[in-house]
Design a protein around this ligand. Structure first.
Ligand code: FEO
Ligand code: CA
Ligand code: CA
Ligand code: CA
Length: 636
C-alpha cells in the first residue's frame, strides 16, 4: 500500500481517507463473485489488477469442441463491425427494409408527411407517430397487427415553422399530442416486403387525448379526481409510451415513462405539492401544453399528473375498445412490463423504473390465469413488490402493503416510489427493459447507466430523488457508471411468484480498449462486441437475448470504437454476445417483435440525425424496420 503524507491533505481529503468509499480490492471481490457465480465465465474477469480480458473466443477455446460448436450454432450470423454512418448495417445474408415511418399514412386518402410543413392537424391522428419505441405483434384471425409506442416528439420536426418548435396555439399543441402515444396497425408481407394495410379496420391511433379509464386501487381515489372527472375514473391520454409488454390473453401493455415532462404551471406562485418532486414535475416544460391546454396546467388541475405514470392495457383486436390504466402496477417512470405466468397460474409482471437510483418492481396477481377465462381483474387485484439485491448473491421481493409502508392502497399505487423507499429497496443504475427467458426460469434487466452513483468529491453519498443513498452495491458496482450492466435473477423454487431469488450479472458493458479496470467490462465484452447503455431487451422464442442500446455514440474517448447504437444477441448459457445490427448516427435502437412465422424481426429506430431511411435530401424519420434472412429462414 502506498504511504500517504497526511500533513498535506485538506480537511475533505482527510475526511475521505477516514471514511473511504469501498476499496478497489473489496469492489473487485464483490463483482467477481457476482459475475462468476454461475460459472459461465470460468471466473476470469476483464478487470482487477492481474486479470486480462479473455473475451468470447478465449472462453470458447477453453470449452470442449462440442460445447464450442453448440455455442457457435446459436449465432447463425457473422457479427457486424461498429459503424458511424447514417444507415443500418446487418450481417451478410440479411437485409432490412422500412415498414412504417414517422408521418406515414395509416388510413386511405391521407397524404404522407410534407417535408417542409410537417403534418396538418386534420391528419395528425391518422399517420404513424414519431419516435417509435416498444412494440408487440398480435395475430387476430388471419391478420397480423403491430401495436407500437411513440415515446415523444421532437417539437422542431413537427412544428418546423415555430422557433424551437414551441406551439403558439391549441391547434399546434394538438398536433404534438397526436403524434405521440400508440399506433395499432395491420401489416402484411407482399412481394416487395412488409407494408401497412391502410384500409384495415384494426388501424388505430391512441394519443394524448384518447379517452381511457383508471382501474385498480387508485381508481376513484381522491388523489386522482379532477374538476372534469369528479369520480376519478375517466381520464384522457397516455404519455411518453416507452417500453411495452403483452399478456397471454392477447392484450398490449404500453408503459408511461417520463410523463412528468408534459405538466407545467402558468402560475409562478403555485406551490407544487410535495409528491411532485420525486417524479420531477416542475413549472416549466419543453412542450408548452400548459399554456394552451388547461388540463396540463397543474396550478388549475393539480391531480392531473397523478393520472399518468401507469401501465396501460389495450385490446388491439378491437379498434373501439377503451384503454385501461392499471394502477395496481404502480406509478413510476415505467420502462416496460414483462409478463410471465407463475407455477400456480398467477400473473407476474416485472417492471423497471428508469431514473437514477430508482427501483425494480414485480406485481403478482391474486387470481390465476385460465385461458379463455375472465382476465379483467388480473391486473387490478394483486400485490406490488420491490427488489432488494444483497451483495451475497441472494435477493428478495418486498411486498408494498399498508402494513409494510404505512400507506393506504391508493397511496401505494400513486406514490409508488415513496412506498418503495420506505421498505429499503436497492437503488439501481436506471432499470430499463426486463426480459424473461422463455426456455429457462430466469429474467434479465438492463441497467443502462448511472453517472451519479457513489461519492461526491466532498465525500457525500449521492442519492436518488427520494434521498436514498446510491451506495455501491454488487448489482450496481461502479461509480460514475457510463456503460451500464445487465443483471439477471433466478427465482427460488423455479417459480417467478417466489419471494426470493439468486442473482448475478450477465455482463458489465465497458471499453477494454480504453480501460484496464472495471470500466473495461466483464470478460464477455471485447473490442469486437463492445457497446454502452443497454436498454431495450427481449428474448426470441429460442432463448437468445436481443439487446438494444441507447447510449453515447460519439465513438470518442471513453466510447472510442463503440460506434453508433446497435443491437446485439446474447447467449444466456455461454455469456457470449455478438453484434447483429448497427443503427444510423444519432439514433437509438428500441423496440422489437417478430412476425408470426418468425422469419421477420421487426426493429425500431428512434430519432436518427440525418436523412433516414429515404436517403439524401429527405427527412430524418424514426422508423420501424423489418429484418430478414435472404434465404427466408427463421430468425427468432
Ligand atoms: Fe424511454 Fe428508459 O427509455
Ligand atoms: Ca428505453
Ligand atoms: Ca434509455
Ligand atoms: Ca428514447
Amino acid at each position: 500500500m502506498t504511504k500517504i503524507d497526511t500533513s498535506k491533505l485538506s480537511w475533505d481529503e482527510w475526511d475521505e481517507l477516514q471514511n473511504p468509499p469501498p476499496a478497489v480490492t473489496d469492489f473487485d471481490r464483490v463483482v467477481e463473485s457476482a459475475i462468476s457465480r454461475r460459472g459461465f465465465l470460468g471466473g476470469v474477469l476483464a478487470f482487477g489488477s492481474a486479470a486480462v480480458a479473455l473475451g468470447t473466443l478465449g472462453n470458447l477455446a477453453s470449452s470442449t469442441s462440442a460445447q464450442a460448436q453448440e455455442a457457435a450454432s446459436r449465432f447463425p450470423f457473422k457479427p457486424v463491425a461498429a459503424t458511424t454512418d447514417n444507415t443500418i448495417h446487418v450481417p451478410e445474408g440479411y437485409s432490412w427494409k422500412p415498414v412504417a415511418k414517422w408521418g406515414q399514412p395509416l388510413f386511405p386518402n391521407v397524404p404522407d408527411i410534407d417535408p417542409v410543413k410537417g403534418v396538418s392537424l386534420e391528419n395528425s391522428d391518422k399517420v404513424f407517430g414519431e419516435n417509435t419505441d416498444g412494440m408487440e405483434l398480435f395475430v387476430v384471425g388471419s391478420h397480423q397487427l403491430i401495436a407500437v409506442n411513440h415515446e415523444y416528439v421532437n417539437n422542431e420536426t413537427n412544428l418546423p415553422h415555430r422557433e424551437k418548435g414551441m406551439p403558439a396555439n391549441l391547434d399546434e399543441v394538438k398536433i404534438l399530442q397526436h403524434m405521440q402515444g400508440v399506433t395499432v396497425m395491420e401489416v402484411a408481407e407482399r412481394n416487395d416486403g412488409w407494408e401497412i394495410v391502410v384500409d384495415s379496420p384494426f388501424n388505430r391511433r391512441i394519443h394524448h387525448n384518447t379517452p381511457m379509464t383508471l382501474s385498480g386501487p387508485a381508481a376513484g381515489s381522491d388523489l386522482v379526481k379532477t374538476k372534469t372527472d369528479p369520480n376519478g375514473i375517466d381520464c384522457l391520454g397516455t404519455f411518453n409510451n416507452c417500453g411495452a409488454g403483452r399478456t397471454p390473453w392477447g392484450t398490449y401493455l404500453t408503459c408511461e415513462e417520463n410523463f412528468n415532462g408534459y405538466f407545467g404551471s402558468t402560475d409562478a406562485a403555485f406551490k407544487m405539492p410535495d409528491d411532485y418532486k420525486r417524479y420531477g414535475i416542475a413549472a416549466e416544460t419543453r412542450y408548452g401544453y400548459e399554456l394552451f391546454d388547461e388540463r396540463f396546467d397543474v396550478s388549475k388541475h393539480p391531480n392531473e399528473p397523478r393520472r399518468a405514470g401507469y401501465v396501460v392495457e389495450i385490446d388491439p383486436s378491437n379498434a373501439s375498445s377503451t384503454p385501461i390504466k392499471r394502477t395496481a402496477l404502480g406509478r413510476i417512470k415505467h420502462e416496460n412490463a414483462a409478463v410471465v405466468i407463475a407455477r400456480d397460474g398467477r400473473v407476474v409482471v416485472y417492471m423497471g423504473d428508469d431514473e437514477r437510483g430508482e427501483f425494480l418492481y414485480k406485481y403478482i396477481s391474486n387470481g390465476i390465469y385460465v385461458p379463455g377465462g375472465d382476465t379483467s381483474k388480473l391486473l387490478d387485484e394483486g400485490t406490488l413488490h420491490v427488489a432488494k439485491f444483497n451483495d451475497d448473491g441472494n435477493g428478495e421481493w418486498v411486498a408494498l402493503t399498508p402494513e409494510s409502508t404505512g400507506m393506504k392502497m391508493d397511496e401505494i399505487c400513486v406514490f409508488t416510489r415513496q412506498a418503495a423507499s420506505k421498505v429499503g429497496a436497492t437503488t439501481m443504475d436506471r432499470p430499463e427493459w426486463v426480459a424473461i427467458n422463455p426456455v429457462a426460469i430466469e429474467a434479465y434487466c438492463a441497467l443502462t447507466n448511472n453517472t451519479n452513483r457513489g461519492v461526491t468529491k466532498d465525500g457525500k453519498l449521492r442519492a436518488n430523488g427520494g434521498g436514498d443513498a446510491m451506495v455501491l452495491n454488487a448489482a450496481n458496482p461502479r461509480e460514475k457508471n457510463e456503460y451500464g450492466q445487465i443483471v439477471r435473477w433466478y427465482p427460488e423454487n423455479d417459480d417467478h411468484a417466489d419471494g426470493k431469488f439468486k442473482w448475478d450479472l450477465f455482463c458489465m458493458a465497458g471499453n477494454p480498449n480504453v480501460h484496464k479496470d472495471a470500466y473495461a467490462g466483464s470478460s464477455n465484452i471485447n473490442s469486437g462486441n463492445m457497446f454502452n447503455s443497454p436498454d431495450g431487451m427481449m428474448f426470441d422464442s429460442t432463448g437468445l437475448l436481443w439487446i438494444q442500446t441507447d447510449g453515447e455514440d460519439s465513438n470518442d474517448g471513453q466510447y472510442a470504437g463503440q460506434g453508433n447504437n446497435q443491437m446485439l444477441a446474447g447467449d444466456p448459457v455461454t455469456g457470449r454476445i455478438e453484434r447483429f445490427l448497427t443503427a444510423p448516427k444519432g439514433s437509438e435502437v428500441t423496440g422489437q417483435t417478430w412476425s408470426a412465422d418468425k422469419r421477420t424481426h421487426f426493429v425500431g429506430i428512434q430519432h436518427p440525425d440525418a436523412p433516414f431511411p429515404d436517403g439524401e435530401g429527405k427527412l430524418p424519420r424514426s422508423a420501424l424496420i423489418a429484418v430478414k434472412r435472404d434465404d427466408n429462414a427463421m430468425i427468432g
